[in-house]
Write a protein that binds this ligand. Sequence first.
Ligand SMILES: C[S@@+](CC[C@H](N)C(=O)[O-])C[C@H]1O[C@@H](n2cnc3c(N)ncnc32)[C@H](O)[C@@H]1O
Length: 252
Amino acid sequence: MRKILIIGIGAGNPDHMTVEAIEALNRADVLFIPDKGEEKAALRALRETICRRFIRKPGYRTVPVAIPKRAEAGDNYRGVVDDWHERIAAGYRALFEAELHEGQNGALLVWGDPALYDSTLRIIERVAASGLALDWQVYPGISSVQVLAARHRIPLNTIGGPILVTTGRRLAAGFPADQDSVVVMLDGEQAFAAINPQDIDIWWGAYLGTPDEILMAGPLAEITAEIARVRAQARARHGWIMDTYLLRRRPA
Ligand SMILES: C[S@@+](CC[C@H](N)C(=O)[O-])C[C@H]1O[C@@H](n2cnc3c(N)ncnc32)[C@H](O)[C@@H]1O
């Protein structure tokens, strides 16, 4: 049977590779490298650094994976994503059959942690469900959310309180009434600037774990414009940005 090692590689800092992830990397016969187009420079650089630094056997084999473009989501987001995942899964299946022999290990290097806002696990399930005999194992990685909390030296939750991890798209509807700690990812539109900032603090981080890391924190009402300015400037300078933040409602 073919085996796929799904390895969390951290969200920007090669030092965040776990010992388990390094060992898994060294068991891989073939590394499958997706070309996603977006966030490409950072992803590619981190992956290359990790492979150079941690793979002990020389001449490891890499196989590029062309990721098809997603159609515009419109109001059928789930349907469009479902169709997209089906096409990606078909591509992976063809590559596994062509490039990986029975008994060999293939590796997929996943940004941050594979369980957090990443579809690799869903896609591999689809490949297996399509009838290809496949086993897979997941190696957790340090996510951008963990790096955000560590850099700001804060716990994500209040004492005994829940944490909601959500997307910018959902935050745009407003700060959830029943939450006090909300972590926001995938926010291309600066949704934090669109909500009522009263009694909310923000801990914001961009390029976390990388040499370009930016951290800002304070009352949302006071700091929104400054974060938006810094964010736009950094984005223009690098050509891309990845940012994550915690919003917390102050106790009444
Ligand atoms: C597709 S999700 C992948 C998350 C990843 N699996 C993780 O564990 O962090 C991409 C989002 O993660 C966040 N992110 C990932 N890496 C980041 C970094 N180095 N700094 C800040 N945010 C990051 C951003 O919110 C970005 O839009």
